[in-house]
Design a protein around this ligand. Sequence first.
Ligand code: XBP
Ligand code: MG
Length: 259
Amino acid sequence: MSELKALLFDVDGTLAETEEVHRQAFNSAFAEAGLDWVWDQDLYRQLLAVTGGKERIRYYLDRFNPEFPRPAALDDFIAGLHQAKTRHYTETVEGGRVPLRPGVRRLIEAARDAGLRLAIATTTTPANVTALLRASLAEDAEDWFELIAAGGVVPNKKPAPDIYDYSLEKLGLQPEQCLALEDSRNGLRSALAAGIPTLVSVSHYTQGEDFDGALLVVDQLGEPDQPFRVLAGDAAGASHVDVDLLRQLHAAATEAAPA
Ligand code: XBP
Ligand code: MG
């Protein structure tokens, strides 16, 4: 059994329900550029198959709007749209209108108190993480995390393991010394491919996905007075995710692994 040393948090859907903010920011960027593209929730659910905003725009063109006359400099065109999207997204988040999901603040604060190391592992653009942490967690919340691994720092986004492999290397930890918190199948696949035991709290867009391999699947981290619903796995009678439960789940998962 390995001792649990660090928690690695995904951002979008895990810390907050940010995908709706992303969706609206994409639509604002498209309108600003004079495009008639509108991503409604049904379409966006399908587009979420591809992580990363620039990659998602390209996927949209390939799969859902092949008739669109592509500019010669397609990469630049997409990069420009994405830059505008990031501006819209960060403006909304900086307005403080995106609350953290239930239990997120409590768990992060308790983990800090318990001496667990904290990191972020996400495909989203670094500016988006900064905006969310500052506006929704605390002005100095970036300092609470030893590592913020985000966006294009690695070649392949989730579900590839790259961002988790990178985080492990930077932290100098083995996968079995960590626990990841994710909300999506792509995120879960990424963490598991890096060998990291993973808890899933499903979010608006990821309900109903296949979370095979997760330590536990819940509808939210929950609060003492706002219990989670267990969707898969054994929460050992707990009503919300706290450090004790994470240690317990982690110990059971790494029992057979070398210390
Ligand atoms: C999140 C994403 C991100 C955001 C957009 O995935 O897929 O791409 O939707 O962010 P995860 P950018 O939660 O698994 O990290 O536009 O900044 O790429
Ligand atoms: Mg996510």
